[in-house]
Ligand binder design. Structure first.
Ligand code: C2E
Ligand code: MG
Ligand code: MG
Ligand code: MG
Length: 285
């Protein structure tokens, strides 16, 4: 009886996996259409200088407005796009669109434009030989100065093998900034610092969450700012949701942050009018 139950559970599990695979293929097929049908947009989340809350940069985050299912988040469709290779044309579109928008802000806002626009790049994209040349070509087409673009990579993507690390080095050599995303969540984060060129270290939200709760991860947050200062990296705290977290991060020496406390991902048009939260919501440096 117990054995029968176990087997039943296995069958259910296998069926579930089949269903999930089928679901992924359906998504990928729809996504292929979406790319040509204007269903994809980029939102931009503020990266702020905490002492005054002013905008420093923005991170481009993709959104899919599915005609039948409504909005679908990148956590759902980026993995499907990676598995099918569709991330390559999709990623090319994202990069071009973000650079075009960054250049438009520079033209219309001048000194008030975000100083950097960051774009997430997935493992599959980095593995494509010649990816760095594609980045160079986009910069040339859009006229965007390389130093105002930041490419966000994860440890998993860089260590994925093939030419990933070589591509990151080539992108860095163009003068484009490299940010290490979700830092601290991989298997060899410190190893990454030794081999991968980096300008920015984005401390993962899971560590930031703990910074005011006296949890163990708070120690990691404190140690990482020391590493960044010693290595000349800009530290950005990710997923800052409360004024208390912002205050504690600043006490530890952090100056840059991203998170719902400062702003949700927003349409490009809203970036132009972004203003720091009212003073009552901020903590003096
Ligand atoms: P990520 O690059 O680490 O981006 C940060 C994610 O955290 C975003 O989720 C953002 O909306 C969310 N976030 C920011 N602040 C807060 C906060 O205070 N609280 C909470 N709970 N969440 C916060 P999103 O937009 O759903 O993106 C999820 C992931 O999908 C990204 O993580 C990135 O890995 C991937 N992704 C998003 N856009 C792209 C893209 O254009 N290309 C690629 N390759 N991946 C992307
Ligand atoms: Mg990111
Ligand atoms: Mg991140
Ligand atoms: Mg993340």
């Amino acid at each position: 009886e117990a054995k029968g139950k176990g087997k039943g559970r296995q069958v259910t599990y296998a069926a579930e996996m089949d269903q999930r695979t089928a679901e992924q293929s359906r998504l990928a097929a729809d996504l292929r259409v979406a790319l040509d049908a204007d269903q994809l947009t980029l939102l931009y989340q503020p990266i702020v200088h905490m002492p005054g809350g002013e905008l420093y940069g923005v991170e481009a985050l993709i959104r899919w407005n599915h005609p039948a299912r409504g909005p679908i988040g990148p956590d759902v469709f980026i993995p499907a796009a990676e598995r099918t290779g569709l991330i390559v044309p999709l990623g090319a579109w994202i990069l071009e669109e973000a650079c075009r928008q960054a250049m438009a802000w520079r033209t219309s806002l001048g000194d008030a434009a975000p100083r950097t626009v960051t774009v997430n790049v997935s493992a599959r994209q980095l593995r494509e030989a010649g990816f760095a040349s594609d980045v160079a070509a986009v910069l040339q087409r859009t006229g965007l100065p390389p130093s105002t673009l930041t490419i966000e990579v994860t440890e998993t993507a860089v260590f994925d093998g093939g030419s990933a690390l070589a591509e990151v080095r080539a992108i860095s050599a163009l003068g484009v900034k490299i940010a290490l995303d979700d830092f601290g969540t991989g298997h060899s984060s410190l190893g990454l610092l030794r081999t991968c060129p980096a300008d920015v270290l984005k401390v993962d939200k899971s560590f930031v969450d703990d910074v005011t709760s006296g949890g163990q991860q708070a120690v990691v947050v404190a140690a990482l700012i020391g590493i960044c200062e010693g290595m000349g990296l800009r530290a950005v705290a990710e997923g800052v949701e409360t004024a208390e977290q912002a205050a504690e991060l600043q006490r530890l020496g952090y100056r840059y942050a991203q998170g719902f406390h400062y702003g949700h991902p927003m349409p490009a048009s809203a970036v132009a009018t972004y203003r720091p939260a009212p003073a009552g919501n901020r903590i003096a440096a």
